[in-house]
Ligand binder design. Structure first.
Ligand code: RIB
Ligand code: CA
Length: 305
């Protein structure tokens, strides 16, 4: 069974991905979660991750990831995810505590379990890049990397850059050129997996659970902020990585060479596919089977507390 470290920045779609990871735990083993800065500052994403871990009875350690990008100034997405990073749900007092530094945890776990651990990154790639640079044994010890990030269909921060890459372009370039097997879920595919009123109605009609309340409260806020800022319903960006782990047939892929624009001013943080390059460093998702995705979501929802 594939063992994963899940690095995230909750964040509304990160929260759905964590819930699906809990509900689909028959398909892979979630070893730990690392909360990085991204949608909000690390203090807030860590609080959100601990609250979600408690609400979901996740029963895995939650570690603290990076607080800032490698080089550029930190940017967050409070306009979309709110002041606390997961606006909408109100959580009870959290009994869980941070298990420690996520970088040292990931280095130790990956290097001491060669070929076993997959690193899933759905926030800025800073934690992964730091690990790749900190110890040359890390890259060859990884089973593979799965990322949500990048876009060749237009950006969601600038007109060409997607947030997770834009937040730390240098980290993304390090990851894409690490030589590790990489599966990429960029906006090209995640924007195909959109929340809708029909899905929300189906959730409302589902059995009453604590997570159902959390989901509906968070999506109520997320729908409003997405309609205001991106003029559409929210996409299930990060949950695509979890759906893939549970059922890879949901997606279709191409092999390509992904590079990050670090030099441009206007296109800083954009990802570019060098399709004629012989250095095919990435398996890039380009198509999603929407029905299969949502069937998997509701299968997970059934199992949540
Ligand atoms: O561009 C979408 C990505 O940025 C998602 O991971 C979302 O959570 C934000 O981090
Ligand atoms: Ca995210």
């Amino acid at each position: 069974m594939e063992r994963i470290i899940f690095d995230c920045d909750p964040g509304h779609d990160d929260a759905v991905a964590l819930a699906m990871a809990k509900g689909l735990s028959e398909y892979f083993k979630l070893e730990a979660v690392i909360a990085t800065y991204g949608n909000q500052i690390r203090e807030k994403t860590l609080t959100n991750t601990l609250n979600l871990a408690q609400a979901l009875n996740l029963d895995v350690p939650v570690y603290a990831g990076s607080v800032a990008p490698l080089i550029r100034e930190r940017v967050v997405a409070g306009n979309i995810h709110g002041e606390n990073g997961l606006a909408g749900p109100v959580f009870p007092e959290c009994r869980l505590k941070c298990a420690g530094n996520g970088i040292t945890y990931a280095l130790d776990t990956v290097i001491n379990n060669p070929g076993e651990i997959t690193f899933v990154s759905v926030g800025p790639f800073t934690d992964l890049a730091v690990c790749l640079k900190a110890d040359p044994r890390f890259a060859p010890s990884l089973k593979r990397i799965i990322v949500m990030g990048g876009s060749t269909c237009g950006g969601n921060v600038t007109s060409t850059a997607e947030f997770n890459v834009y937040a730390d372009p240098e980290a993304a370039q390090i990851v894409f050129n690490s030589g590790v097997e990489i599966v990429q879920f960029g906006l090209d595919v995640t924007l195909q997996v959109m929340l809708s009123e029909e899905i929300l109605e189906k959730v409302r009609a589902s059995k009453e659970t604590n997570y159902k309340s959390i989901f509906l409260a968070s999506m109520e806020y997320y729908v409003k902020s997405c309609k205001e800022f991106i003029h559409d319903y929210p996409a299930m960006h990060d949950p695509c990585t979890i759906a893939y782990l549970a059922d890879p047939t949901i997606f279709k892929f191409i092999e390509t060479d992904v590079e990050v624009d670090l030099k441009s001013t206007l296109h800083y943080g954009a990802t570019v596919d060098l399709r004629e390059s012989i250095n095919k460093n990435v398996k890039k998702a380009i198509k999603a089977d929407i029905k299969k995705f949502w069937d998997l979501f509701f299968k997970a929802l059934e199992k949540l507390p």
